[in-house]
Design a protein around this ligand. Structure first.
Ligand code: BGC
Length: 415
């Protein structure tokens, strides 16, 4: 975790500058972008023929990029705005592709215990299917990750109606959530490659009060940690819950179900829900329930006892934290065949463990592969669902003058 401290100091240095630039220029200014591209060209020619030290040739379509940041075109938005794909590569050859459409994580290449790289996140090869056919693959979710009951937000005596887009409730920020927005992008570091996506959500956007300025920074360091820093400010009181909705399959995306993957979640309690996945308000012990992941357990071990429709995990776990907002270990996953591991760290109070219950093989993702039910898991760091209706849950209210700041780390390894 020492690397994290270094990462934070780099980000702390880089961000005020990035913020100044992005808030003044919603889209990166032309000269700047040209510089970035120029740098990228220089870099790639310099590295021509020299693969990063630990990149293996086993994977069939690993992009094999040199360490640093690369920018490529990723098509055009529905409003004809050019959309980019940013590749962050570390010195171990791990690379992540991010697009400024939805501040979305598109591909994530990591090695198995033999050094074979595979892409471990579900998604699409091209931009277009992300417009209408994505169950939030890799997306930045906002303004409010997960559900707000009846789409009813009461704040300071005023009721704000939110879009109802999931049964009787509002899910993931409404019909046009942050996952469907075009974000400005700024590369902030090439040594520890990082990109900041920023966006202003206007007052009243999807019914929510307050103009919300949001920055999401993705940084990939040489300790194989993908660091995601969320920051936001508002001009009127509002509520906020931001997360990343990556669907992981550590055996490789499209490579079957995740039921054999072993999971541990640092949570002694969870928030039970009603039939529409709204928390009842109870905070219940996981002891003796299928939600007990305090020690490593295969996802499939007790999935059929979870109830729900469709059956599977789709629950908020209350992370064990000695101190509120304390940054620490949240969860880990081990895929026994490949040996790939994922650890999640966060300062958020909760984590949504979702086993892609709503996938059913109809979505054809990357390479035309069909994604089955339980073909992935999500570990979405967050505040608890429907917090605005639960006085006992940690508050999600953000006030003018305050800055929301939160960090989540996904660390990749093998064993
Ligand atoms: C929710 C699921 C929902 C999914 C959408 C998850 O965060 O918990 O209930 O279906 O997102 O893809």
């Amino acid at each position: 975790m020492r690397s994290l401290l270094i990462a934070f100091s780099i980000l702390a240095l880089a961000l005020p500058q990035a913020r100044a630039q992005t808030s003044h220029h919603q889209h990166q200014s032309a000269p700047h972008r040209e510089n970035a591209m120029h740098h990228h060209r220089e870099k790639s020619s310099h590295h021509q023929g020299k693969a990063a030290p630990s990149v293996q040739q086993g994977a069939t379509y690993h992009p094999n990029t040199p360490p640093g940041v690369q920018i490529a075109n990723f098509g055009k938005s529905q409003s004809n705005v050019p959309i980019k794909l940013y590749t962050l590569t570390n010195s171990n050859g791990i690379s992540v592709n991010l697009t400024n459409y939805g501040a979305t994580l598109v591909n994530l290449w990591v090695p198995d215990r033999r050094g074979k790289f595979e892409d471990i996140v579900l998604g699409y090869d091209s931009l277009t299917p992300y417009f209408t056919n994505s169950p939030y693959f890799g997306a930045t979710v906002g303004r409010y990750a997960n559900r707000i009951a009846r789409g009813e937000l009461n704040l300071n005596g005023i009721t704000y109606p939110l879009p109802i887009n999931n049964g009787p409730n509002s899910l993931h920020g409404g019909k046009v959530g942050f996952n469907k927005r075009i974000w400005a992008a700024q590369i902030v570091s090439r040594k520890e490659p990082a990109v900041v996506f920023s966006m202003t959500s206007p007052d009243g956007d999807q019914g929510y009060p307050g103009a919300l300025q949001t920055w999401v920074t993705f940084m990939l360091n040489n300790q194989n940690e993908l660091v995601i820093l969320y920051e936001a400010t508002t001009h009127r009181p509002t509520v906020l819950n931001l997360t990343n909705h990556s669907y992981f399959n550590l055996a490789g995306e499209g490579n079957g179900k995740v039921l054999h993957s072993l999971v541990r979640i640092n949570a002694s309690r969870y928030t039970p829900t009603d039939a529409h996945l709204i928390p009842t308000g109870e905070i219940r012990s996981v002891a003796g329930t299928p939600f007990d992941f305090r020690t490593l357990k295969p996802i499939g071990a007790s999935i059929h006892q979870t109830g729900g429709n469709p059956i599977g995990y789709d629950n908020n776990f209350v992370l064990n934290k000695p101190l509120f907002k304390q940054f620490g270990f949240a969860a880990e996953v081990i895929e026994p065949n490949s040996g790939r591991t994922l650890q999640v760290f966060t300062d958020q109070p909760g984590i949504q463990f979702y086993t892609a219950n709503f996938l059913n093989g109809t979505i054809k993702g990357k390479g035309g592969k069909k994604y089955p039910q339980y073909g992935a898991f999500c570990l979405e760091t967050q505040h608890f669902p429907d917090s605005p209706h639960q006085a006992r849950f940690p508050s999600t209210v953000l006030y003018p003058g305050d800055t929301f700041r939160s960090v989540t780390v996904y660390k990749f390894g093998v064993r």
